[in-house]
Ligand binder design. Structure first.
Ligand SMILES: *[C@@H]1O[C@H](CO)[C@@H](O)[C@H](O)[C@H]1NC(C)=O
Ligand SMILES: *[C@@H]1O[C@H](CO)[C@@H](O)[C@H](O)[C@H]1NC(C)=O
Ligand SMILES: *[C@@H]1O[C@H](CO)[C@@H](O)[C@H](O)[C@H]1NC(C)=O
Ligand SMILES: *[C@@H]1O[C@H](CO)[C@@H](O)[C@H](O)[C@H]1NC(C)=O
Ligand SMILES: [Zn+2]
Length: 436
């Protein structure tokens, strides 16, 4: 009996071990299988912040409400609102519920004033937009937090808030002054787009196509160098192709394109040509892809779709690598968005789609998607801060643009030069220019 029992027990031990092993193997197999099957591209937005390079909601606040935030209900889903809804407003895509649905973890809110303000009240209007962005952030402390350092993006996002950063779009906001540039940094601005749709006296906009009026002038180079010194990110969205090249040749820090796509895929001059993409790789910078229908799809016989945005992202990745691409949708600055990317709630669909890795497309791992979402941008921002810290001993530049340059630029812009100017440089215009 004892022997039999021992024998049985021994057998049972073997059987138990075998069963245990089997169950273990099944569990491992199942969990591997499950994790492969259940991971979706959007899940990468839970392990890295999605940072969008460009949103123009502040411009809409100005256009619609003259920046009166008491009349704005950011906490509501505004999709069907009488003022902000899809049917009422062709440039409105943003509110808090949809940002949260879209898993947005960091956002550059844009302080923008149009080219019509150049040489006039551009600085004042830019300040008003910075003010309304800061008031918006303060009004929603549970959802938004002002961020001015790369290291604070991830901690803010982990605390459940959108890391809210401020960029200025258009060199007209500088009024050609390094003093104004430095004070913008002190106000918390972390990038400046060198131009909008108009040339400044020191840099051409994309509207010159492959031509040139100024390119990047000597004073333009000084602006770039001063931006490098203080830690202001140089944004090359909107500048001419020649200015992209000129800036990349002189900048001491990585640059960004806050909202631009690939010229080879859609040949609009707002997009980035291949030679510049290669330079951005060398520069260790980033192209944050714009969703605007007219920039992502150049075929007028069909509408833009999410697939077009996928094509731009994959094109850039294939050409220069996964470390140099990001997202800068341009919501609220555009009036036509691709099917499938209708508003700020749709980003996760794009990440799901990239993870599908269709034939002849690059394979997107979770880590790749995290880079696209935000890690690439954070790396660039940190590098810009490192350059700033390495230049601490360099004194502030005291250069002033010449009166002649301003005179010529204003004349070219169809204005009567110097009409409202009181600054000293206007006293030193070459008399020949004055009588031209
Ligand atoms: C701002 O909007 C609120 C709410 O609509 C309104 O009561 C108030 O009069 C407005 N303020 C100004 C200065 O227009
Ligand atoms: C601007 O730069 C391009 C490319 O370097 C050059 O061909 C062109 O002549 C320049 N234009 C001016 C006005 O300097
Ligand atoms: C443009 O779109 C139409 C309709 O989808 C398609 O038939 C045509 O081949 C496209 N043209 C180009 C150049 O891709
Ligand atoms: C393009 O989109 C517009 C507006 O959404 C729609 O009316 C039109 O039918 C679409 N065109 C095509 C070719 O799908
Ligand atoms: Zn823009």
């Amino acid at each position: 009996m004892g022997n039999i029992s021992v024998c049985c027990t021994g057998k049972m031990v073997y059987i138990n071990v075998a069963v245990c092993l089997l169950v273990l193997l099944l569990m491992i197999g199942l969990s591997v299988g499950l994790s492969v099957n259940t991971f979706k591209g959007r899940d990468a937005l839970d392990s890295a912040p999605l940072i969008d390079g460009h949103n123009d909601l502040p411009e809409n606040l100005y256009e619609k409400l003259n920046n009166n935030l008491s009349a704005f209900h950011f906490e509501d889903d505004l999709s069907n609102d009488d003022v902000w809804g899809r049917t009422a407003c062709s440039v409105c895509f943003t509110d808090l519920p949809r940002l949260i649905a879209g898993k947005v973890g960091g956002q550059f809110w844009v302080a923008y004033t149009g080219c019509e303000s150049q040489y006039k009240d551009a600085v004042q209007r830019t300040l008003r937009q910075i003010d309304v962005i800061k008031r918006l952030i303060k009004r929603y402390p549970a959802n938004l937090r002002l961020v001015t350092a790369a290291a604070d993006i991830e901690t803010t996002w982990k605390s459940g808030k959108i890391a809210s950063m401020i960029g200025i779009e258009g060199g007209q906001s500088l009024d050609s002054s390094l003093a104004v540039l430095r004070l913008y940094y002190e106000l918390g601005i972390r990038y400046i787009t060198l131009t909008h749709t108009c040339n400044t006296p020191w840099a051409d906009a994309s509207s010159v196509n492959d031509g040139s009026v100024y390119n990047l002038t000597e004073f333009g180079q000084k602006i770039v160098h001063e931006m490098n010194r203080i830690g202001m990110i140089v944004d090359l969205a909107h500048v001419s192709h020649n200015v992209m090249r000129d800036v990349l040749a002189v900048t001491r820090a990585p640059i960004i394109f806050s909202h631009s796509s690939a010229f080879s895929v859609c040949n609009n001059y707002r997009n980035v040509p291949d030679d510049v993409l290669h330079s951005v790789k060398e520069n260790k910078g980033i192209i944050m892809v714009n969703f605007y229908s007219g920039f992502v799809n150049c075929n007028s016989s069909r509408n833009a779709t999410l697939e077009d945005v996928v094509d731009h992202i994959n094109y850039i990745r294939n050409l220069i690598g996964v470390d140099h691409v990001g997202i800068g949708a341009d919501y609220d600055g555009i009036n036509s968005v691709p099917e499938g990317l209708e508003d700020v709630s749709k980003y996760p669909d794009l990440f799901d789609r990239l993870y599908e890795n269709k034939e002849e497309e690059p394979t997107w791992t979770k880590e790749d998607l995290e880079k696209l979402a935000g890690r690439n941008f954070i790396r660039v921002f940190q590098a810009v801060e490192t350059v700033r810290d390495s230049l601490l001993s360099e004194p502030p530049r005291e250069d002033i643009i010449t009166g002649n340059e301003l005179y010529i630029a204003q004349k070219r812009a169809g204005l009567k030069p110097g009409e409202c100017q009181t600054a000293d440089e206007w006293k030193n215009i070459n008399p020949i220019l004055k009588t031209e």
